[in-house]
Design a protein around this ligand. Structure first.
Ligand code: URA
Ligand code: SF4
Length: 223
């Protein structure tokens, strides 16, 4: 199976990684998109957000979380008292997976599957090899499964600080948060995806849930 690993330069810093990712054709998702959407924020950030994949707006602008979901997330971050300058934001999948509407005018989000996440994971691993977060926030089910393994159920396990494994940088161990405390002292937390808030029947309470989860993530910074 092809994957991103062929495109990742050895010993690259974050700028080189970002640049190399623009050339990635490690899976078919690059086809029919505008560009790779890599990450934003400082590599030494204490908080790392992992989303699902870029959306339509992100695909055109080349930056993660700058569309409607990103605006909602920005508001929730501010309300939770997190410092946006201290957050590194990336996605499990770096290209916009979509399908066309009948008529072909609009591009509709298509959820990346486990194969898409696996193909793109080398980029995520390369990022984590450079990052040193105090808390990693998985936004939604795709990110949750990418970070904690296929059994992870975000709605059951959200809002709880979990140990972030020091072994997360090891591709063989990646995909599972172990029950043992992580020697690194870092934490992980899952919450719902901001797009799920936008789609929720009760948007206010979904939004409040996101904010309170982010507050809990923030508490890891002073623990
Ligand atoms: N949703 C995501 O998961 N990531 C983005 O960058 C934008 C929307
Ligand atoms: Fe490469 Fe990931 Fe894009 Fe696939 S989705 S082409 S692996 S960057």
């Amino acid at each position: 199976m092809s994957s991103a690993s062929d495109f990742i330069p050895d010993g690259a810093n974050i700028d080189r990684l970002r640049k190399a990712a623009l050339e990635c054709t490690g899976c078919p998702l690059y086809q029919d998109t505008t560009q790779t959407v890599f990450s934003k924020g400082p590599v030494n950030a204490r908080v790392v957000f992992v989303g699902e994949q870029p959306g339509d707006v992100e695909d055109r602008k080349g930056e993660p979380f700058v569309g409607p979901a990103g605006q909602l997330l920005d508001r929730a971050v501010a309300e939770a008292g997190l410092n946006p300058a201290e957050i590194y934001t990336t996605n499990a999948v770096k290209h916009f997976k979509h399908k066309a509407t009948t008529g072909g005018k609009r591009r509709i989000h298509a959820t990346p599957d486990a194969g898409d996440v696996a193909a793109c994971r080398p980029w995520l691993l390369a990022e984590f090899a450079l990052l040193s977060p105090s808390v990693v926030v998985a936004l939604g089910a795709t990110a949750g499964r990418a970070l904690f393994g296929p059994q992870f159920r975000v709605m059951r396990q959200r809002g709880v600080l979990m140990p972030w494994p020091a072994t997360a940088h090891d591709p063989a161990a990646f995909g599972q948060v172990e029950e043992e405390t992580a020697p690194s002292g870092a934490y992980a937390l899952a919450t719902l995806h901001p797009s799920a808030v936008l789609r929720a029947d009760d948007r206010d309470s979904a939004y409040q849930g996101l904010v309170s989860d982010l507050r809990i993530a923030g508490s890891a910074l002073i623990a």
